[in-house]
Ligand binder design. Structure first.
Ligand SMILES: Cc1ncc(COP(=O)(O)O)c(C=O)c1O
Length: 433
């Protein structure tokens, strides 16, 4: 089975050749909410959260990484399921608060936090800030003095070369994220001199889209080693160990799924030892994934608006493209463009007889959602579905480019669809100066 069929078999349904998401036919969704459209299936989000939680020992909590998909309905769902949220800006912090997340369950990581952002989140009692530089540490301490409060902080570490492995090179290289492992000793001296900083823990996040559980385990072991050093230097147990996100999902036919069973077995074995160590007494371990939790739950649906042939090549022109889904166009996180899983979602029972390029409406050859893809013969009005589109979709895309309105977003829960982001309109761009 190719990846599209595997995804449909696992999460969705094909009835009379038509894709059904949470029991709802995709043509009805497209008619009711218009295209282009992102649809998210609650059942898939829950399934992925269950798989992840099933792999994690009881000392672990999940903090959903808001940047993967910041839609308020999705955030609210994770908060209701007992997750924390990981944010990377004051804007994401506001989104998190507005979904009812209590501030102590929010972590703030990411380089370049401004003074205004730090003051905003500190004033509102954020749970933990992950320090990325000494400048940032001094800013936080200064704001705390002004506000007469202390800040719970973790040190983000850019680990040394031995965490490298597999296809993805991780850590050990120059990066604007966190402190190089080699200088941690000096950094900690400096942080300990700031009385306003409560040094809670360490944080590692060194790569995204990891499908090899061995690589994740290798990273986790490195995190534990750094955590031991941290606890020894502070002469007390470490409160929090954030081992990052980065768990991948399959995008291409040859991608193997992350082996959650092996991840569970390895983590369980590691924790047998960890539980014996006094430095980990009462420690809260955190995983902060985005893509793994929401990627598979989302489908981008665009309608065929034109079909043409140029010098023997067929182009199927859709009503949306890289302006809504940069990742599928290969311009986000890919060096050589490969096709996301795509098909004609109202013709699932048709034979795949054509090789075409699926392109968006932008005036650039970069706006190609799929190149030389084999699909059933298409007609104008057919619906193209791009699967694995729940993470790094709408808000990771240059939606202002060419001033096409932003697509709507629909949340599907047990056969009930709710519009959770209205489509934009042409008139959004009129008026003003
Ligand atoms: C600090 C941090 N945490 C978590 C994530 C989420 O990564 P993923 O979606 O790969 O799990 C990111 C992604 O860039 C990140 O920078």
């Amino acid at each position: 089975l190719n990846l599209v069929s595997r995804i449909i078999d696992r999460h969705f349904r094909s009835i009379a050749g038509e894709l059904h998401v949470g029991e709802l036919p995709v043509t009805a969704l497209a008619t009711e909410y218009g295209t282009p459209l992102f649809v998210y299936d609650r059942a898939v989000v829950d399934y992925k959260l269950e798989v992840l939680r099933g792999a994690l020992p009881p000392e672990f909590t999940v903090s959903y990484s808001v940047k993967a998909n910041p839609n308020g309905r999705i955030l609210r769902h994770f908060v209701a399921r007992g997750c924390g949220l990981e944010v990377a800006s004051a804007g994401e912090f506001c989104r998190a608060l507005s979904t009812g997340c209590s501030p102590e369950k929010i972590l703030f990581a990411g380089p370049g936090k401004t003074e205004a952002e730090l003051e905003y989140v500190l004033f509102r009692d954020i749970g933990e800030i992950h320090i990325e530089s000494l400048v940032e540490a001094k800013r936080i301490a200064e704001i705390c003095r002004r506000l007469h409060r202390r800040a719970s902080v973790a040190i983000r570490v850019n680990p040394g070369g031995e965490v490298q492995g597999g296809a993805m090179r991780m850590g050990g290289k120059s990066a604007p994220f966190g402190f190089d492992e080699e200088v941690l000793d000096v950094v900690l001296d400096s942080l300990m001199s700031e009385g306003e900083l409560e040094l809670c823990g360490i944080h590692l996040f060194t790569g995204t889209q990891i499908l090899d559980h061995n690589l994740l385990i290798c990273q986790y072991l490195k995190g534990l080693e750094i955590a031991r050093w941290f606890a020894a230097r502070l002469n007390r147990p470490i409160k929090t160990v954030d081992l990052g996100g980065g768990l991948g999902i399959p995008y291409f036919d040859n991608d193997r799924e992350l082996d959650s069973g092996s991840l569970r077995a390895s983590l369980a074995a590691i924790m047998v030892e960890v539980r014996k160590e006094s430095c980990f007494s009462g420690t809260q371990f955190i995983i902060e994934p985005g893509r793994f939790l929401v990627g598979e739950a989302g489908i981008y649906i665009a309608r065929v608006n034109d079909i043409k042939v140029s010098r023997g090549k067929k182009f199927v022109i859709l009503d949306g493209g890289m302006n809504h889904h940069l990742a599928a166009s290969g311009n986000l996180g890919q060096v050589i463009k490969r096709n996301f899983p795509v098909t004609v979602v109202n013709k699932l029972d048709h034979r795949q007889t054509e090789v075409v390029d699926l392109v968006g409406p932008l005036c650039t050859p970069l706006d190609t959602l799929a190149r030389n893809v084999k699909i059933p013969a298409v007609s104008i009005g057919d619906l193209i579905g791009v699967f694995q589109s729940g993470a790094y979709g709408r808000t990771s895309s240059p939606s202002g480019f060419l001033s096409h309105p932003v697509p709507g977003e629909v949340w599907i829960d047990n056969g009930k669809a709710t519009l959770v982001q209205a489509r934009g309109r042409y008139t959004d761009f009129s008026g003003g100066e």
